[in-house]
Design a protein around this ligand. Sequence first.
Ligand code: PGA
Length: 316
Amino acid sequence: MAAVASTSLACPPNFSGLRRLSDTKLDNNAALSMTTTQSFFQHLRRSTSTSTASRASVVAMAGTGKFFVGGNWKCNGTKDSITKLVADLNSASLEADVDVVVAPPFIYIDQVKNSLTDRIEISAQNCWVGKGGAFTGEISGEQLKDIGCKWVVLGHSERRHVIGEKDDFIGKKAAYALSQGLGVIACIGELLEEREAGKTFDVCFQQLKAYADAVPSWDDIVIAYEPVWAIGTGKVATPQQAQEVHVAVRDWLSKNVSPEVASKTRIIYGGSVNGSNCADLATKEDIDGFLVGGASLKGPEFATIVNSVTAKKVAA
Ligand code: PGA
């Protein structure tokens, strides 16, 4: 927070310099891209701080989208533990300027929908690639809408690497889910060996392209960058590592979709985010929120992560 505050306050009126090259260790291509992107996205969003109601604040975000935090409960929970988690979430105090979503297992969606505050929206963790029918064990986008889901997580690394879903299949799922009026939390991310082989950007861009080739619009898509080596391992990416990929993703969107889409699409980070590391990550201007696994199973800790949006704010 201090870093953002001091950088921002030192900025001239057009706020140039908010993003500093020294913040990220990039190769030459990425550094070049970032310089190009700077002119599109460097800005500070004015907002009214909800924690200090009378004080205006500025928000250090490269994109224009609202901070977004999703809780991915994965294959966890029982009726009892979910009752407790929902009660904790209902009593949590959440900053107003954050979109908050939780993704329970399919069979508990109805229970959560009937007990959770409307302040928090509900996502599924997956859906079928097309219209429902004779597809044993699957759940369709229509059914998710019917039960009150607003979102679906697609392309999660556990589905890519454990279940074996491929890029083009995931792209088709995204397109169908959007056609049914669902928002899509579109995951991307590299394996450890891909990172070590210097292929992080290649892998992420290929996964992004599969979405881009399939979807007619990015209006209802949030991109979740989740390095596979950071998921469930306790080994979080450093804020610099995450920022480096986020800025490259935004640049890819700018060049391959449009600058407008690059600016408004939320790019959230996932992989061992918790109540202790979220604020540091949130200070990075291309990190527009989080997708949280393990720590989303604890209501108070999830609320801390939601409220890390305050780390983006500096007094005007
Ligand atoms: P994690 O999971 O926070 O437990 O690492 C993140 C995710 O898989 O979305």
